[in-house]
Design a protein around this ligand. Structure first.
Ligand SMILES: Cc1ncc(COP(=O)(O)O)c(C=O)c1O
Length: 389
């Protein structure tokens, strides 16, 4: 039997493909399935839709189309930006990142460290904030790149990208931002912010998985990371994911059209959910700054119980939420983001992330508010009786 559609509160993990996006990309799977590099018209005709999509994604972040490189996703874009900065400045062997970056940054840097590069990992305050003076002091003459995310996937906490870019400009060091969680939720303008590299991923934006973008500011030295055919003007090898790229273009258009609306509505739903939980369940705390935060994310700790129990009981009611980041869950390790913010392991393990999207409704929020108090109560009383035994 098919499962009913989920009540989906995990939009920072991935999003449903928008019907408009699916309509736009399907013809490129069904009919126009040629290879854009082919000499004949059936393939060649694909260069136009590819370039149109490039223009649309560029417009989303106020870039120029030639500054956009399509990749296989956020992870590849991030790996590429960091590696390119090292390859194009071989005399520089130091990187600066924060303790709350996505594993695509943290684990890539761990590998670089094993290869002999030096990495400074900046600590984070209790509300998820970054000490910009410390960041500035951490940049050295041999720093190849600073990489700081625009918005944290677990807590939604925002970092001041413009200020960090200004520091990096002053220090004459390259700056990359992992903006995977930002589009459609936070305005991004590469001209205003002055970043050198910026990573995006389509599947956080109501488009398919496996397609991403690396923005490279015009004039920035760039070395390709994925090497093969001469696609993307020699900057990223591999036959283009035409349908994914077209879908990303359409999703970028929709995100621009709906940014304000979606955010006002989603923010008020998120606030209703969060305030409702805080009002009806004792001893719940919000992780991360409540002001400097994406409008769709709420990360809450329910001390005394493990998030996993909450998530399983929510799942029984058809509700999807997550603990930590989906990319690392499946392991019971407490979230590195919450640990970096000074949470103890028990509180980190007791935290659940609700992340809303454009398809969430007030009725769904009401349903969670109805189910959750009993779930928490049940788990807390079970854990009390286990502890008493
Ligand atoms: C902040 C952040 N960076 C990078 C990624 C990786 O993106 P992708 O799944 O497209 O590789 C994610 C995905 O969860 C993310 O949330």
């Amino acid at each position: 039997m098919e499962r009913p559609a989920p009540i989906y509160f995990d939009n920072n993990a991935t999003t449903r493909i928008a019907p408009e996006v699916l309509d736009a990309l399907l013809p490129f799977l069904r009919d126009q399935w040629g290879n854009p590099s082919s000499i004949y018209g059936f393939g060649r005709q694909l260069s136009r839709p590819l370039e149109l999509a490039r223009e649309k994604v560029a417009a989303l972040i106020n870039a120029e189309p030639r500054e956009i490189i399509f990749t296989s996703g956020g992870t590849e874009s991030i790996n590429t930006a960091l590696q390119s900065a090292l390859d194009s400045q071989p005399q520089k062997r130091h990187l600066v990142i924060t303790a709350v970056e996505h594993p695509a940054t943290i684990k890539f840097c761990a590998r670089l460290k094993n290869l002999g590069f030096e990495v400074t990992i900046l600590p984070i305050g209790a509300e998820g904030q970054l000490d910009l003076q410390l960041l500035e002091r951490s940049v050295r003459p041999d720093t190849a790149i600073v990489s700081v995310m625009a918005a944290n996937n677990e807590t939604g906490v925002l970092f001041p990208i413009e200020e960090i870019a200004a520091i990096c400009r002053r220090k004459q060091v390259l700056f990359h931002t992992d903006a995977v969680q930002a589009p459609g939720k936070r305005k991004i303008d590469v001209k205003e912010s002055g970043v050198d590299f910026l990573s995006l991923s389509a599947h956080k934006l109501y488009a398919p998985k496996g397609i991403g973008v690396l923005y490279v500011k015009r004039g920035t030295k760039f070395q390709p990371y994925v090497i093969g055919g001469g696609q993307e003007q020699g900057r990223r090898g591999g036959t283009e994911n035409v349908a994914g790229i077209v879908g990303f273009g359409r999703a970028a258009e929709l995100a621009m059209a709906h940014l304000n609306d979606a955010n006002t509505r989603i923010r008020s739903l998120r606030d209703k959910l969060e305030n409702g939980i805080l009002k009806t369940i004792d001893n719940v705390s919000v992780n991360g700054s409540r002001d400097m935060r994406l409008p769709n994310t709420s990360n809450l700790s329910f001390p005394g119980i493990e998030a996993e129990g909450i998530l399983l009981l929510l799942d029984e009611q058809g509700i999807c939420a997550s603990s930590g980041s989906a990319c690392t869950s499946g392991s019971l390790d407490p979230s590195h983001v919450l640990l970096a913010m000074g949470c103890d392991a028990a509180r980190a393990r007791a935290s659940v992330r609700f992340s809303l999207g454009i398809y969430n409704t007030e009725a769904e929020v009401d349903f969670v508010l109805k189910q959750l108090p009993a779930i928490v109560e049940k788990l807390r009383s079970q854990s009390k009786s286990v502890n008493a035994a």
